[in-house]
Design a protein around this ligand. Structure first.
Ligand SMILES: NC(=O)c1ccc[n+]([C@@H]2O[C@H](COP(=O)([O-])OP(=O)(O)OC[C@H]3O[C@@H](n4cnc5c(N)ncnc54)[C@H](OP(=O)(O)O)[C@@H]3O)[C@@H](O)[C@H]2O)c1
Length: 98
């Protein structure tokens, strides 16, 4: 089958991977067999998410607001990048418990 437009083996980075929008997209991308680089602050949450996926992603534990940590991402980057989901952020409604 022609997979030209599919996500199989596409190398996609997801920030905010452990919750909300990012997490939902991680599940969808995994179901379409993308190669994922997941970025989050919590190793525990990333490991728990990894256990729910069909393919083992690469995980990078980093706080994106810490400029000193940012260059660590370079150690995890694939040789090429096909896509980026930048979903890291603060959901104010969640903070308010809504
Ligand atoms: N959900 C909506 O309907 C909606 C609508 C419009 C806009 N947005 C915006 O879209 C963004 C994501 O929303 P959401 O509902 O998916 O939020 P969420 O459920 O709170 O998830 C936020 C994600 O971002 C990660 N994150 C937060 N700060 C980070 C940091 N400094 N470094 C690395 N990762 C960090 C969190 O990781 P950990 O907590 O595990 O570290 C978590 O995985 C927010 O900015 C929100 O305001 C959301």
């Amino acid at each position: 089958m022609n997979d030209f437009y599919g996500l199989r083996k596409k190398k996609i980075i997801v920030t905010g991977a452990t919750s909300g929008i990012g997490r939902t997209l991680v599940k969808q991308l995994d179901s379409e067999h993308a190669d994922l680089l997941l970025i989050g602050r919590s190793r525990e949450k990333l490991e728990a998410l990894t256990g729910e996926l069909s393919r083992k992603p690469t995980c990078c534990v980093i706080d994106l607001t810490d400029l000193g940590q940012l260059q660590n991402i370079a150690n995890f980057l694939p040789d090429k990048i096909d896509g980026l989901v930048h979903a890291a952020g603060v959901n104010l409604w969640s903070l308010l418990g809504v």
